[in-house]
Design a protein around this ligand. Structure first.
Ligand code: HEC
Ligand code: HEC
Length: 218
């Protein structure tokens, strides 16, 4: 009897870890519901990808020093991700950036853009004293008699934009901003009907003026 009882006890003890390991194995099986939710952006992976492939042109912290390469720091992540997807698909045509975006997955785009949004923007400066008054007028009030909308209405008075809807422009290199406005006007950049309409009636002088004003916004 005594022997039998201790054998039963041993059997029970042996069974216990088996039982708990079964429980441990069934626990993750309940997890797929949580897994189905969209993955959280991975900031460290975004920073690593950006540093390896993008920093040479756009600056270590997204504050590019070259006027041809846009500053990306503090930009709304939805806007950056949209541009990367559209470079990749060819909807926004640019030989350099189409090559750069070709190798990025949706997750890469999300990680990089979320990391860039955490980087601090370095302020810029307006340089052209003669044009800046014209630039400010267009920014704040548009040009009524030619139906040109006020930039501030969408991009906000200080150029910070409105997250997810309108990109941040403040502090951007004037040369880059002017190039984009010209491309929107001439139908070369085709990924925003709104901006094609806004830019359609701007002349070169007005484009230079408003771009210079935008560089000094903060
Ligand atoms: C060889 C230089 C170079 C490299 C490397 C590069 N870019 Fe660019 N990038 C540019 C240029 C030039 C433009 C402006 C394109 C245009 O005129 O439409 C640009 C534009 C962009 C834009 C659009 C910004 C805006 O305000 O609309 C984004 C976003 C961007 N790059 C992200 C990246 C990312 C992410 C990488 C790395 C995977 C990268 N770039 C690598 C040169 C570069
Ligand atoms: C009706 C709203 C609206 C108005 C008004 C407007 N914008 Fe925009 N703008 C947009 C949207 C939306 C985008 C993003 C386009 C995209 O997704 O590619 C944009 C993008 C831009 C870009 C490209 C930014 C980049 O990083 O490449 C520039 C430059 C710009 N706007 C300048 C202006 C200026 C200057 C004015 C005034 C003359 C103006 N916008 C008025 C909605 C507007």
């Amino acid at each position: 009897m005594k022997l039998r009882a201790s054998l039963l006890l041993i059997a029970a003890l042996l069974a216990a870890p088996v039982m708990s390991s079964v429980a441990a194995e069934t626990a993750p099986a309940a997890a797929p519901a949580a897994k189905a939710a969209p993955a959280k952006p991975d900031l460290a992976a975004g920073e690593a990808k950006y540093t390896a492939g993008c920093a040479a042109c756009h600056g270590a912290d997204g504050n590019s020093g070259s006027p041809a390469n846009p500053k990306l720091s503090a930009q709304h992540p939805e806007y950056i991700a949209k541009q990367l997807a559209e470079f990749k698909s060819g909807k926004r045509a640019n030989a350099v950036m189409q090559g750069m975006a070709a190798g990025l997955s949706d997750a890469d785009m999300k990680n990089i853009s979320t990391w860039l949004a955490t980087q601090k923007a370095k302020p810029g400066f307006a340089k052209d004293k003669e044009l800046v008054t014209l630039g400010e007028r267009i920014w704040r009030g548009g040009i009524g008699d030619r139906n040109i909308a006020a930039c501030a209405g969408c991009h906000s008075p200080n150029g910070a934009g409105i997250p997810a809807q309108y990109p941040r422009l403040s502090g951007q290199h004037a040369d880059y901003t002017a190039a984009q406005l010209t491309a929107f006007r001439d139908g070369i950049r085709k990924n925003s009907v709104q901006m094609n309409q806004v830019a359609a009636k701007l002349n070169d002088r007005e484009i230079r003026a408003v771009s210079d004003y935008v560089a000094g916004l903060r």
